[in-house]
Ligand binder design. Structure first.
Ligand SMILES: [Fe+2]
Ligand SMILES: [Fe+2]
Length: 207
């Protein structure tokens, strides 16, 4: 049984496996892939976040989903721009499944829609945050001369460490969805303009 196509003007590939796909059909499928990602990436990422909406916590008064929402709420109300708010909303999207690597995971998941400043911040926010926590190993010291250290520290100190307060406002996810869609739509329009060379049969090496 075939899965449905995203759009009525899409075409199924006719080759039974990628080993026998023709260059023309490959280009067709890759073109459809660009549209597919552009239309679904934001929605899928929000679905990942929403998957944690009802989770219990291991001690904080907010769960990870609520923490993310409160972070974004605080940043929006403080007047940060749309990219920053989206990054705040999704900074811990991978926390439950990859706690030790959740910053790097979020950085990769958001790579196509983030500036270098926010990419670095996502990647390093947990390490920089150790500065403020008991048991600080001091590993953040090696990062402190990086150009985006100050922003990362600002994010952690002003929002991340504080967004665990059930008495503070938490806006509903719906409030942020149009902003997430907007940031993804505008950035993916640039980043995915050309199909990438992933498994490109026109190239010598594949895979
Ligand atoms: Fe985090
Ligand atoms: Fe966080």
């Amino acid at each position: 049984m075939s899965a449905p196509l995203l759009r009525p003007d899409f075409h199924f590939m006719s080759a039974p496996s990628l080993e026998s796909i023709t260059p023309d059909e490959w280009r067709l499928i890759q073109g459809q892939r660009v549209t597919f990602h552009r239309e679904l990436a934001a929605e899928q990422l929000l679905a990942m976040l929403k998957a944690g909406a009802e989770l219990p916590t291991y001690g904080y008064r907010l769960n990870n989903f609520q923490h993310c929402l409160q972070t974004a709420t605080m940043m929006a109300r403080a007047g940060y721009d749309e990219e920053d708010v989206v990054v705040g909303l999704l900074h811990d999207v991978a926390f439950v499944v990859a706690p030790d690597q959740h910053g790097a995971a979020a950085a990769q998941l958001l790579k196509q829609v983030t500036s270098e400043r926010n990419h670095w911040m996502l990647e390093n926010h947990a390490l920089v945050g150790e500065r403020f926590l008991p048991g600080d190993r001091g590993a953040w010291r090696e990062l402190r001369h990086h150009e985006h250290f100050a922003w990362t520290e600002e994010f952690v100190e002003r929002f991340d460490l504080r967004a665990i307060d059930p008495l503070e406002p938490i806006a509903p996810l719906e409030e942020f969805e149009p902003t997430v869609d907007k940031v993804f739509a505008s950035r993916l329009g640039e980043g995915l303009a050309q199909p990438s060379g992933l498994l490109d049969p026109d190239k010598e090496a594949t895979g």
